[in-house]
Write a protein that binds this ligand. Structure first.
Ligand code: GTP
Ligand code: MG
Length: 266
């Protein structure tokens, strides 16, 4: 198992191609977290007035990526974070993670992307990292019906460690480049139906060609950001949250939490 934990002081600056000025649209209106064209007006105003509280001050949203072995979880993350693709399968042992920094509506915001192992023998290690997720991404291979069939079980396992009301769910079909249009149409129907049932947003991507990968992660970052700012606004009611919320570096630092978990890990 490899877990790399960068310190805050060595984080690179936000890349120019990680700047989000508008809400990216969903993949399918039939299965979306929401279908609004723009960020919530309260969120836009809060950002303009720099009233986003702890969001923007080292706020990091934890995203866990789960799903059957070899469906393409690692390739999906690597395509986005490193613009790389490896055709050779190398199983993830336990977990790995990547940090991605964005700027959303002028506010810094980071995603901590946890790439978990799909292999049964590593599942017990991986599941100890599920806790505290804000976003759960369930991955399946669009050419493998069984991997879609297992999505509910992955969700159930991830929700054991998280508050179901507080998480955003995504169901992502990978390896779109390998499927014929006819095959794809069939599995997409089933996937969208499942996504509707579990209230997940559906996406289909190819890490080989890069199709939809960037749009997908931009959508994840934007929806997590929007939910975080709305939660901050709700927490502080009509008060000016930027004036009253002080970040406690020890208790709110996700890196500290990760380090703690790392040392407890089997
Ligand atoms: N053609 C094609 N192959 C892909 C794509 N994504 C992943 N693969 C291949 O599928 C295999 C498994 O990919 P991984 O990303 O390692 O799978 P994983 O889900 O991380 O697997 P575990 O770590 O064991 O859970 C590799 O051989 C990849 O090259 C894709 O979009 N298109
Ligand atoms: Mg992997």
């Amino acid at each position: 198992m490899s877990v790399r934990v960068p310190s805050l002081s060595v984080l690179p600056p936000v890349r120019r191609d990680r700047i989000i000025a508008q809400l990216p649209q969903c993949y399918s209106e039939k299965a979306a977290v929401h279908t609004k064209d723009e960020f919530h007006s309260k969120v836009k105003t809060a950002c303009q007035e720099q009233r986003t509280g702890t969001v923007g001050r080292f706020k990091i949203a934890k995203v866990i990526v789960v799903g059957d072995l070899a469906v393409g979880k690692t390739c999906l993350i690597n395509r986005f974070c490193k613009d790389a693709f490896d055709k050779n399968y190398k199983a993830t042992i336990g977990v790995d993670f990547e940090m991605e920094r964005f700027e959303v509506l002028g506010v810094p915001f980071s995603l901590q992307l946890w790439d978990t192992a799909g292999q049964e023998r590593f599942k017990c290690i991986a599941s100890t990292y599920y806790r505290g997720a804000q976003t759960i991404v369930i991955v399946f291979d669009v050419n493998d019906v069984a991997s879609l069939g297992h999505a509910r079980q992955w969700l159930e396992d991830a929700l054991k460690e998280n508050d179901p009301t507080g998480v955003q769910l995504f169901l992502v079909g990978t390896k779109k480049d390998l499927s014929s249009p006819a095959q794809y149409v069939q599995i997409e129907q089933d996937a969208i139906q499942l996504a509707e049932e579990i209230q997940a947003e559906y996406w289909a991507v190819s890490s080989l060609t890069g199709e939809n990968v960037r749009d997908f992660f931009f959508r994840v970052a934007s929806l997590a950001f929007e939910a975080n700012v709305l939660a901050e606004l709700e927490k502080s009611g009509s008060r000016h949250i930027g004036d009253i919320v002080k970040l406690n570096n020890t208790s709110n630092n996700a890196y500290a939490t990760s380090k703690k978990k790392q040392s407890n890990c089997c």
